[in-house]
Design a binder for this molecule. Structure first.
Ligand code: NAD
Length: 977
């Protein structure tokens, strides 16, 4: 078999050799020389691809010149001569230079894109047919952010089908490409991307998402079927793989579509589960009774998949060794060909070894040459295509049509592919590898890799739940059902190891559903606060001398229990504070992270540090706990913040009184139960739910509280600072206050920003959890040139999001936390309407405290709306003249918590990094969702005076550093160290 493959491969290679030597990689052309440089120099490659990506969004010649300089001249690298002109070394004026560069890049894009629109594409497609190459057309587009954009896409596909279908009636049949072993096949073949058709794809709301996708795709399939056109459903990122396959299968079984064979789907052989998917599809095809096609590809999102999995700590879905993908491709191809009765194979590859192996397998299995087809991308591997055409195979080109802006993302993917070390085309046409190397069996010396993300001995964040898996959706739904069955309980206080039901209670309702009372919360009084202090003080005496490792082990145990009860903890906060699913998942994961991170860090901090290095002296620096800590938490990260503050206090040897927010006491009690189960001694953790002004205030003033860790509003934070500073009778130590407060966070959108990302990131940062995150975006400062375009897309995107009960998995945003917040925010909006232009307010939702997402435009940066924290789904859009103006506006508040920038200008990014005054800055991503260790969190100015949570300095605030110096010389003798 290997011999036959070698022979077949050699035959193809020989045919390639006999053709013109001009290839993609030939250096005579601008593209070739760019590729040559890219392959030799990784840094240049990154800069080049980034430059190509941003180019279409640059409006003026001087902008192009600016970016070119920023990307290429600072590194001091030698540049290909094509750039000399652009860098002032030539004589062209910037505008002319920009034109030249733009022309070259456009030409480069045009090598891979058949046309900017169907009219432009048609002659190209027809010409290919003359050369006996058929096509499948794909429409390139920007990311679909709104339903308007999704519907536009759908119409584009429908029009394309209509138009090509009509024209194709006049096309001559070409036997080699228009017939298979059973007869005529459609001349027109269109590839559709699922994610283009619906803007609200959401794994949590799986069935609703599928219904929408099917509703959008169905008319396209029906129209194609009526015109005898082939439709292929493309495959994109792994995140939508399960969805794509389910949508495909369900549509294929619909009575109207069930008997049409000219539909297809894609399987990516770089996925570890690809062979299993093919087997499943073969079974499915038997059930359907009419065959369909599978395009087998290697997969084009390898970098994305590996990075995404590493970031999320999810199993890596792709093979990490290229040879494994190649070997798996051959296995998949063989399996498909074995089953060609049920599934038609479209073998897509530019690798001659892969193609030869598939052809040999087909021959061995008796599949006729026209019983399968070979697919390649337009603009790539032309000599291979021609060779295969000459050998009589049906070769189809994947032919994208569309605008240049979205085309650039496609172009960059192709450039990456062609310049990758692993690229077969590069090996053949640029690196001149021998035919043995080029045709080697990928199974030879194959190293099997593991799907596990990297496992070093360091802290890793707890992985979020992947709701693309049905078991995760089911588990959360069950936890919600269980929580709802046990509503109405009275939640006790927990003091000195005992549950105590207070004489007074406060009632907590579900903010998504006012009628639903979740429970009665014990509201501690001053006597109970006193008892809690005494219990904590007593426990402190023995807890502080417990070895740090043992304290850390217990905190780790608490993390383990939270991991075990993850879904239940999520369900409680979905009901109690109105957190949508993903937000609740994030909060619980963060609570687990705080425990693990602080436990780990404490084990390090517990080691004595030797100071100085002089003989005869032992000087040791170490940390000691301070005493009883009061942890006063907000409701918006109900588990994470309370856990973080309390675990930090306890792991460092203090004891703690936890005072949760009134609105999130059920969550706090859930935590307390796990603390008890973990086995902490009585009095180490105490829980005092109740009113802040009463029990909180009492303990803030209590003379013997050593440390106050507070997270909440500016007003309360400053009040606590004031009260804590008073020296009261009997008080022996200054209270230390770790105070985290609010923000008025801004995102700056630069003229050259990638709007697909900027709109999406701003939308989620502003409206995720109804804008009730301290890190939420409440001001978006957009540069003048791009203001209108950004505004239009943001408006449509906001119109498309769904607001509803937090337990409804569709909810992009749920309610605000309670009636007080609801009334306050609505009043703010009403006030703002008087002085500002309202761009949009979402529809009313009834039954709970739903404040609709609201956007004001052209807001005065000094107005109340732009200055005061609203803590709700209200966004102020502000127009800035230029970047300096934008930074000035951004900094012009009393807060400095989070901030962001969307830009593709290296110089502008550097300027904002240096000048934007915020504790946490995010570039080219949303500004919420800080993760322990990766993004230690906290602000300054009026946003707080603590050092960052989840970072290396946090624990030290709960301890006193001490230094102990011992003279070790006795009678002139000192022990050696
Ligand atoms: P809040 O200030 O109203 O309440 C916070 C806590 O303080 C609650 O437990 C409350 O009972 C208690 N409290 C109220 N009055 C008190 C008093 N006189 N003495 C002692 N305790 C008292 O804040 P909130 O509404 O729960 O949370 C929202 C605020 O928190 C927003 O301003 C937000 O920006 C901020 N926040 C900041 C961060 C951060 O890390 N910087 C994180 C989350 C929330």
């Amino acid at each position: 078999m290997q011999m036959q493959i070698q022979k077949k491969g050699d035959e193809i290679l020989k045919r390639i050799e006999s053709q013109s030597k001009v290839s993609l990689f030939s250096k005579d052309f601008w593209y070739g020389s760019i590729m040559d440089w890219s392959m030799k120099n990784e840094h240049f490659k990154t800069q080049m691809f980034r430059f190509v990506d941003v180019l279409p969004s640059l409006n003026s010649g001087s902008d192009v010149a600016k970016h070119l300089k920023e990307y290429f001249s600072e590194s001091g690298e030698e540049l290909p001569s094509v750039f000399n002109v652009g860098l002032g070394l030539g004589s062209l004026a910037p505008a002319l230079m920009a034109g030249a560069i733009r022309k070259n890049v456009t030409q480069m894009a045009k090598m891979f894109i058949v046309g900017e629109n169907p009219e432009e594409a048609l002659p190209v497609l027809k010409k290919a047919r003359k050369n006996k190459i058929c096509f499948t057309v794909d429409i390139l587009g920007e990311a679909t952010l709104s339903e308007k954009e999704a519907l536009e896409y759908q119409s584009k596909y429908l029009e394309l089908i209509e138009w090509l279908g009509k024209d194709a009636k006049n096309w001559d049949e070409i036997e080699q490409i228009d017939r298979d072993h059973e007869g005529a096949i459609p001349k027109v073949n269109v590839s559709v991307k699922l994610t283009a058709l619906y803007s609200q794809i959401n794994d949590k709301a799986w069935d609703v998402t599928k219904t929408h996708l099917k509703d959008r795709l169905r008319p396209i399939l029906v129209s194609a079927m009526n015109k005898n056109i082939f439709i292929n459903l493309d495959m994109e990122q792994y995140a939508v793989k399960h969805l794509t396959l389910e949508v495909f299968k369900e549509l294929m079984m619909e009575p109207e579509l069930k008997n049409y064979p000219h539909f297809g789907v894609v399987i990516q052989a770089y996925l570890r589960d690809s062979l299993a998917d093919i087997k499943d599809l073969v079974r499915f095809s038997q059930e359907r009774g009419t065959h369909f096609s599978i395009r087998l590809v290697k997969g084009a999102y390898w970098d994305h998949e590996t990075m995404e999995a590493e970031q999320q700590r999810w199993p890596i879905p792709v093979y990490t060794n290229k040879k494994e993908s190649d070997a798996n491709y051959e296995a998949c191809a063989e399996y498909l060909l074995q089953n060609f009765k049920y599934i038609r194979a479209a073998l897509a590859s530019h690798n001659v070894r892969t193609i030869a192996a598939a052809i040999v397998a087909a021959e061995k299995l008796g599949v006729p040459n026209n019983g399968f087809e070979i697919q390649m991308l337009f603009g790539m591997a032309d000599p291979i295509k021609k060779s295969l055409v000459d050998m009589g195979y049906r070769v189809r080109e994947y032919s994208p049509v569309g605008d240049l802006i979205p085309g650039m993302a496609y172009l960059v993917r192709r450039l990456l592919e062609n310049t990758s070390n692993e690229s077969w085309l590069r090996g053949k046409f640029a690196d001149g590898k021998s035919s043995e190397q080029l045709l080697a069996d990928p199974k030879m010396n194959l190293q099997i890799t593991s799907p596990l993300p990297s496992q070093e001995n360091r802290f890793y964040n707890e992985a979020f739940k992947d709701f693309a898996f049905a078991e995760n959706r089911k588990a959360l739904q069950e936890a919600l059902d269980l929580s709802k069955r046990s509503l109405g309980q009275t939640i006790p206080l927990h003091i000195g190891g005992k549950n105590i039901t207070s004489s007074r209670t406060l009632s907590r309702e579900n903010p998504s559903n006012k009628e639903q009372i979740l429970g009665q919360i014990s509201a501690a009084n001053k006597e109970e606060a006193e008892q809690a202090f005494q219990a904590a003080q007593k426990a402190f005496l023995s807890w502080k001398i417990k070895p740090a490792n043992e304290r850390a082990d217990l905190i780790d145990r608490l993390a383990d229990l939270m991991t075990r009860d993850r879904y239940q903890l999520m369900a409680t906060q979905i009901l109690e504070v109105g957190k949508p699913w993903a937000e609740a998942d994030g909060d619980v994961a963060e609570a687990i992270d705080f425990c693990r991170y602080y436990a780990r860090h404490m084990r390090e901090l517990a080691k004595d540090q030797k100071m100085g290095k002089v003989p005869g002296e032992l000087s040791l620096y170490n940390y000691h706990p301070r005493g009883v800590t009061l942890a006063i938490a907000p409701w918006n990260f109900p588990l994470a913040i309370l856990t973080g503050m309390a675990a930090a206090a306890v792991v460092t040897g203090n004891t703690v009184i936890m005072k949760p927010a009134e609105q999130s006491s059920l969550v706090a009690y859930g935590l307390m139960k796990l603390i008890q189960e973990a086995g902490f001694p009585p009095g180490v953790f105490n829980l005092l739910s109740g009113y802040g002004e009463e029990v909180g205030e009492y303990l803030v003033q209590y003379p013997h509280v050593a440390t106050i860790a507070f997270t909440g509003s500016k007003a309360v934070g400053l009040h606590i600072l004031r009260e804590a500073s008073v020296h009261r009778q009997g008080q022996q130590q200054v209270k230390r206050c770790i105070i985290e407060m609010g923000g008025k966070n801004a995102v700056i959108v630069d003229n050259d920003a990638d709007l697909d990302e900027a709109v999406d990131g701003v939308l989620y940062s502003a409206f995720g959890f109804s804008g009730q995150k301290c890190s939420a975006c409440s001001r978006v400062i957009v540069l003048a040139d791009v203001y209108e375009k950004f505004e239009a897309r943001l408006l449509e995107a906001t119109k498309s999001i769904f607001q509803g009960m937090a337990e409804d998995p569709r909810a992009y945003l749920g309610p605000v936390v309670d009636e007080e917040a609801y009334l306050r925010i609505l009043k703010t909006i009403e006030e703002a309407k008087k002085n500002h232009k309202m761009l949009y307010q979402g529809p009313e939702v009834h039954g709970g405290y739903f404040v609709p997402p609201t956007i004001f435009t052209l807001v005065d940066p000094n107005s109340n709306l732009a200055q005061q924290e609203i803590f709700g789904p209200v966004l102020a859009m502000i127009k800035a003249r230029d970047l300096t103006d934008a930074i000035h506006i951004a900094n012009n508040t009393e807060y400095a918590l989070t901030g962001g920038l969307y830009s593709r200008s290296p110089a502008n990014i550097a300027k904002v990094k240096a000048e934007f005054e915020v504790g946490n800055m995010y570039i080219n991503r949303g500004i919420t969702g800080a993760m322990v260790d990766r993004h230690p969190f906290g602000g300054f100015k009026m946003s707080g005076i603590g050092s960052k949570t989840g970072g290396p300095d946090y624990l030290k605030q709960f301890m006193e550093p001490r230094n102990i110096t011992e003279n070790t010389i006795r009678r002139g003798f000192a022990p050696t160290e």
